[in-house]
Design a protein around this ligand. Sequence first.
Ligand code: SF4
Length: 403
Amino acid sequence: MRAYFHTFGCRVNQYETQALRERLGGETAESFEDADLCVVNTCTVTTEADRDALRLVRRIARRNPAARLVVTGCLASRDPQAILKEAPAALVVGNEGKDAIPAMLGCSAAPAGVTGLSNRSRAFVKIQDGCNMSCRFCVIPSIRPTLSCKPYPELEAEVRGLVERAVPEIVLCGVRLGRYLSNDDGRRVDFASALERLLSLPGDFRIRLSSLEITDVTDRLIGLMASSGGKLCPSVHSPLQSGSTGVLKQMGRWYSAEFYARRVDALKDRVPHAGLFADVMAGFPGETQAQHRESVDFISSLGFSGLHVFRYSARPGTKAARAPGHVPERDILGRARDLRGLDQRLRADFAARAVGQARTVVAELDGRTGLTEDFLSVRLSADPGRGLRAVVVEPAGAARLSA
Ligand code: SF4
């Protein structure tokens, strides 16, 4: 069986696709036209995410009607009918049924978890799932409402397995990563303790954290980043959403811009070269032009390395969708443009500051590009092969192997 996989959305989805790929076995098809089975793992975080997923589902159904099509993920949980409209013969399985997909396809269920990589040189390991917060713009709590964490012994076994297979970078991910809580033989293992224990495992590897909330960027976590000698990547991606405290309150976020700034100061104090990235939303209902400016000024003052800019789009069933004061589309577009321009400047500054400095990269599988510990993407002077490699950063996004 040749299977094609396509993942939309976050690293949790990427991990879940990889786990499915390994459980289904068989050969991977590069294009859906060549596949006997197509698996599309969807996202529904924005209107664009829905549109992209539905477009692919439609294309697969039209161009390869003979293939078995499985559509899973957050859109499949939220709106299965929209998928069936595009592909009536598809097997649509929400997140809650993802684990049963191999059995539905007649494959025996191998253990969950991942043992390796798909098309990247990094492995994602999902350690936590679900969110029970109530940010007014977000559909996730209605789709993945239950907080659950991978038991620590399983997590450690998965990481050990990846290290034994010489995976150089392991990315820990979760919907609320910092809420990780498990136990091991009756002993409580919270997020920082889990990290501490994983970092003490022998081997030539490093751990990167995917997105985590600023309230989870604790002194303990910062301490681990400062003392790990690069084994815990000095890079934080923490959703900000807005640099205006008024807008944050309206969004139902639980921190102020000032709190966010204090945690960034604490991080920069102990890990000065840490990469710092944030999700920012343009045009939340009720956001005024003055609040947008306030947000831009706040972001400009904070030393970010880059932004992930989202345009607000009303998600069905959320409080924000029913709120008054929706910002006209052209204003949302204009504000998103401002933020994207700022992102480009921040990324250019981040790259320029690194010139002449030593970094450690993990090369992508093409051998031509790599990612530094602080999340700078660089073009490599030569293919360094697999593993962690020392480089010196050069101008214009290049890097020279130094050892
Ligand atoms: S945006 Fe808010 S509600 Fe949505 S997943 Fe993040 S914390 Fe949970």
